[in-house]
Design a protein around this ligand. Structure first.
Ligand code: FPP
Length: 247
């Protein structure tokens, strides 16, 4: 961990947890077993992130496009998320974890929404790491909902078009109040963002690791953070060359 210090540990890490299905297929198991193992990795990743002093960990749990998967798999993923909240909420709360959920809540059915709200409400005042669960989330959908809200404010005279600034847009997104991710990690060797945090990730460092999500260990996480620590972030600017004294 030679490059990891308090100043090089990112404030916000977001993860696209990919490869559960392939992990299960490789073992001749049903895909759901991959998701189950994936939940264990989630627990370990939250623990590692908290220990390292990462302030925000965002996990892409279910995308707005995942509804197109076979009904049994969708139902299994919902079940896993519900079980995770029911079983782990007390532990997470005790560990001072604050939970935020991003994504479209408008059409969620059954007991999932009350559970998500309960997780947020219970942990609202916690001061440790914030675990951001992206559920029924898609960046284009998030931006569309935000634009509609801003357009309605303009139409009803509450807002002038010139008051729509990047800051105002950011504050209207689901991630309002959460700093942009410094680092986005995707597992399983796929190298794309898949509609994840497209606005917030404008200047994020991207790291793609070959490990499938169930195989994402503490060591894999640390190696990605070390790689991040060596990156130079310029945010569109330039790095001033060091001037020699007297030149
Ligand atoms: C991608 O693997 C993973 C998902 C679509 C779901 C991730 C969900 C979990 C790990 C469990 C629930 C989450 C929480 C926060 C408790 P894939 O199925 O697309 O894998 P493949 O590309 O190999 O098919």
């Amino acid at each position: 961990m030679q490059n990891l210090t308090a100043t090089t540990v990112p404030q916000h890490v977001a993860i696209i947890m990919d490869g559960n299905g392939r992990w299960a297929n490789a073992r001749g198991l049903p895909r759901t077993m991959g998701h189950r193992k994936g939940v264990e990795t989630v627990r370990a990743a939250v623990k590692t992130a908290g220990e390292l002093g990462i302030r925000y960990l965002t996990l892409f749990a279910f995308s707005s496009e995942n509804w197109s998967r076979p009904a049994a798999e969708v139902s299994d993923l919902m079940g896993l998320l519900k079980t995770f909240i029911r079983r782990d909420l007390a532990d997470l709360h005790r560990e001072n974890v604050r939970i935020r959920v991003i994504g479209d809540r408008s059409n969620l059915r059954g007991d999932i929404l009350p559970l998500l709200v309960e997780a947020e409400e219970t942990t609202r005042a916690n001061t440790g790491i914030t675990l951001v669960i992206a559920f029924n989330y898609g960046a284009r959908d998030e931006m569309t909902r935000a634009m509609r809200r801003l357009a309605a404010d303009v139409a009803e005279g509450r807002l002038r078009p010139e008051d729509i600034t990047p800051e105002r847009i950011a504050a209207t997104l689901d991630t309002s109040g959460i700093p942009d991710p410094d680092l986005i990690i995707r597992t399983s060797g796929e190298e794309r963002l898949s509609n994840f945090l497209l606005w917030q990730g404008a200047y994020s460092e991207l790291i793609f690791v070959p490990e499938l999500w169930p195989d994402f260990t503490r060591e894999t996480f640390l190696a990605a953070l070390e790689k991040y620590a060596c990156r130079e972030r310029r945010f569109g600017g330039v790095t001033e060359p060091t001037l020699a004294v007297g030149s």
